[in-house]
Design a binder for this molecule. Structure first.
Ligand SMILES: Cc1cc2nc3c(=O)[nH]c(=O)nc-3n(C[C@H](O)[C@H](O)[C@H](O)COP(=O)(O)OP(=O)(O)OC[C@H]3O[C@@H](n4cnc5c(N)ncnc54)[C@H](O)[C@@H]3O)c2cc1C
Length: 379
C-alpha cells in the first residue's frame, strides 16, 4: 500500500467513517453506548460491525474473514478510534487472532477465527503482578496431569477485555528458566476455576485481574508448541505494536481536530484564540507530528504485509513509540489550547487524554520500545 491508499481502501475508510458518524457521531449517542464513557466496549455496536464483515478485516477468507492485510486492519483501527466507536474489544481480538492464525490447530482456527469474524471477543493474558515489562519472568504455572491434560494455577493482571471475552489466550510456565519454558493455552470463557475481577482505572471498565485456581484444560488446549510460547509471542509483536500505533494515530487525529474546532470558535481579546501565534505554532507542530506518524504507521504496515514472515522489531517499536507519545502530547496540548473547557467532562478532550496517557504503558512501555530500537543498533 505504501502511504497512499488504494481505491478499495479509500472506500473502506469512507464506509467506516460514515458508520461512526451515524452511530456515535454525537456525545449523547456515545454516552448511551458506553455508560457515559465508562464502558469502552459496546456489545450492541460490536455486533453491527460484525454484520458489515469488518471484524474479519485481516483474517483469512477460509474462516469468513475479508483476507486483508495489516494495512487494512490499521485503517480500520485508526478510523474507529477517530470516530470514538466503542469497539474496545477489537484490538485485543485481532492481536490474539493473529496468534491462532499462525500457531493454532485447524480445529482451534475454525472455532476462534470464525468466532472473531462473527463478533467474539478475544483477550490475551501475559502480564502478572510481578512480571510486567519482564514478562519472561511470569510464574503462572501449567502442569501436565496423568491423562495429558493440564492443571493451571496462578494470577494474571491488567488483562484487557477479559470480562467480555469469549476466550483468553493464556501464556503460562510449563518449563524451566525464563523465556525457554512458556506455552500458550486456549481458555474458553466460563472454564471452572477461572475468576475475573475488574480493576478500576482512569479509563473505566477495561482491564482485569484473572485468577486461575486448579483450572483443568484438555491436552489439545495448547496453542502452538509446548515451551515455545516466547518465540510465538515475539512473532506477533509486529501486529501488536502496529495495531496499537494505528489506534493511537486515530485518537491523535481526533484530539487535534477537536482542539482546532474549539480554538476556531473560542474568542478572547476580540479574536479566535487559534489566531494567536502561540496556539497557531502548536497547531502547526501537531499537524506535522500527525503526518510523520501517519507515514510511519502506513510504511511499516506495508513492509510487514510485503514480507509477512519477517519480523520488523525496530520499525514496529518505532511506530508504537511515535504514535503513543504523539497521542499523549496531542491530548495534553489540546487540553491546554481549550483552557478550562478542556478539563471539563462536558468535552471529549479529557477522555482523549485518559486514553492517551496509558498507551505509552501497555503493549510494552516507551522505555522498552526505546530499548528494542537502541539494541537494534548494537547497544
Ligand atoms: C490499560 C492496560 C491494558 C493492558 N492490557 C494487557 C493485556 O491485555 N494483556 C497483558 O498481558 N498485559 C496487559 N497490560 C500490561 C502491560 O503490558 C504492562 O503494564 C506493561 O508491560 C508494563 O508493566 P508494569 O505495569 O508491570 O510496569 P513495570 O514493568 O513495573 O515498569 C515500571 C516502570 O519501569 C520501567 N522499566 C521496566 N523495565 C525497564 C527496563 N528494562 N529499562 C527501562 N525501563 C524499564 C517501565 O518502562 C516503567 O516506566 C495492560 C496494561 C494496562 C495499563
Amino acid at each position: 500500500m505504501g502511504t497512499r491508499l488504494t481505491p478499495e481502501q479509500t472506500d473502506f475508510v469512507a464506509a467506516v467513517r460514515d458508520f461512526a458518524k451515524r452511530e456515535c457521531g454525537t456525545r449523547d449517542q456515545r454516552d448511551a453506548l458506553t455508560g457515559s464513557g465508562r464502558e469502552p466496549h459496546s456489545a450492541e455496536l460490536y455486533a453491527r460491525l460484525a454484520d458489515f464483515g469488518w471484524l474479519g478485516v485481516c483474517l483469512p477468507e477460509e474462516y469468513g474473514g475479508a483476507g486483508g492485510g495489516l494495512a487494512d486492519a490499521c485503517l480500520f483501527l485508526e478510523e474507529t478510534s477517530y470516530g470514538m466507536v466503542p469497539a474496545g474489544g477489537f484490538v485485543t481480538t485481532v492481536i490474539t487472532a493473529k496468534a491462532y492464525e499462525r500457531f493454532g490447530t485447524e480445529r482451534q482456527k475454525a472455532e476462534v477465527l470464525a468466532g472473531a469474524v462473527r463478533g467474539a471477543v478475544l483477550a490475551i493474558a501475559m502480564s502478572e503482578p510481578a512480571a510486567g515489562s519482564d514478562v519472561g519472568a511470569l510464574s503462572c504455572r501449567a502442569r501436565r496431569g496423568p491423562d495429558g491434560d493440564w492443571l493451571i494455577d496462578g494470577q494474571k493482571t491488567w488483562i484487557s477485555n477479559a470480562h467480555v471475552a469469549d476466550s483468553i489466550l493464556l501464556v503460562a510456565r510449563t518449563g524451566g528458566a525464563k523465556h525457554a519454558g512458556l506455552t500458550m493455552f486456549h481458555v474458553p470463557a466460563g472454564t471452572p476455576g477461572v475468576e475475573i475481577r475488574g480493576i478500576e482505572t482512569m479509563g473505566g471498565r477495561e482491564v482485569n485481574d484473572v485468577f486461575f485456581s486448579g483450572v483443568r484444560l484438555p491436552a489439545d488446549a495448547v496453542v502452538g508448541e509446548v515451551d515455545n510460547g516466547w518465540r510465538q509471542l515475539m512473532a506477533g509483536l509486529n501486529y501488536e505494536r502496529l495495531f496499537l500505533a494505528a489506534t493511537m494515530l486515530g485518537l491523535t487525529r481526533r484530539a487535534f481536530d477537536d482542539a482546532v474546532a474549539y480554538v476556531r470558535e473560542r474568542e478572547q481579546f476580540g479574536r479566535p484564540v487559534g489566531s494567536f501565534q502561540a496556539l497557531r505554532h502548536r497547531i502547526a507542530d501537531l499537524a506535522t507530528e500527525i503526518e510523520c506518524t501517519r507515514l510511519l504507521v502506513r510504511e511499516v504496515a506495508a513492509d510487514c504485509d510485503a514480507e509477512p514472515d519477517r519480523l520488523f522489531p525496530r520499525e514496529a517499536s518505532m511506530a508504537k513509540l511515535k504514535a503513543t507519545e504523539t497521542a499523549k502530547r496531542a491530548a495534553l496540548e489540546g487540553m491546554q489550547m481549550m483552557g478550562g473547557y478542556g478539563y471539563a467532562t462536558e468535552y471529549d478532550m479529557e477522555r482523549h487524554l485518559r486514553a492517551a496517557v496509558v498507551s505509552t504503558v501497555y503493549g510494552g512501555t516507551s522505555e522498552i520500545q526505546r530499548d528494542v530500537i537502541g539494541k537494534s543498533y548494537g547497544f
